[in-house]
Design a protein around this ligand. Structure first.
Ligand code: FE2
Length: 205
């Protein structure tokens, strides 16, 4: 199977699995189902010291403490959902979790949630390009994944990225993402985000 074929099949797999996870017309129920999926699948390790679930919760907590709106808190919580939908065991290979996750979520969430997620890897590439200290301070795992995520941006890519209407939100998600890797940090439990996620869902989907 070519890279293109495998990307298409991963997209289909992720879209179908999210549709299977989030069923019925009730947004509270869909939010509950999504959080249950995260609880079940989020115990794999993200960055050597935290699980995927720890990482999501720490990112969301940082968003909440910054007084972000519900859409951005939800975006922080779900920014790596693509890893879970892909059932990844390692980050060594780049499977475009940001695109896969954002695409799957467009059925259920508005662009204010999905687009910062789609752009959070580009936000790392952007920050690495404009700020060498940013790259130097990334975790080892994040520096490693940078090598397979397109690396530095060209001047044209920087220009286009800065013009994107979700640029600032994507940078914000990235900053929280980078900080959300603290071993044994106590944070609010996942269920505290159910209302926030539910209120961020599209009303008809
Ligand atoms: Fe992340």
């Amino acid at each position: 199977m070519s890279t293109c074929d495998s990307s298409a099949s991963n997209t289909t797999l992720a879209n179908n699995s999210l549709i299977e996870i989030m069923t019925g017309p009730d947004n509270q129920r869909k939010a509950e189902q999504l959080l249950s999926f995260m609880l079940e699948k989020g115990l794999s390790f993200y960055d050597e010291v935290v699980t995927q679930l720890d990482h999501a919760l720490q990112a969301a907590e940082l968003a909440k403490k910054s007084n972000a709106n519900n859409y951005l808190i939800t975006s922080a919580l779900l920014h790596d959902l693509g890893h879970l939908l892909l059932n990844e065991k390692s980050l060594a290979e780049d499977l475009n979790h940001e695109e896969i996750g954002a695409n799957a979520m467009t059925t259920f969430f508005p662009s204010t949630v999905t687009e910062p997620i789609r752009l959070h890897v580009d936000a790392k590439r952007y920050l690495c390009t404009v700020d060498q200290d940013y790259y130097n301070n990334l975790s080892q795992a994040s520096q490693n994944s940078f090598q397979v995520q397109g690396q530095y941006m060209s001047a044209r890519e920087i220009e286009l990225f800065e013009q994107n209407s979700h640029f600032e939100a994507a940078i914000q998600i990235r900053r929280w993402d980078d900080l959300a890797k603290i071993k044994d940090l106590t944070v609010s439990p996942l269920k505290t985000y159910q209302v926030c996620v539910s209120q961020s869902l599209l009303s008809i989907s």
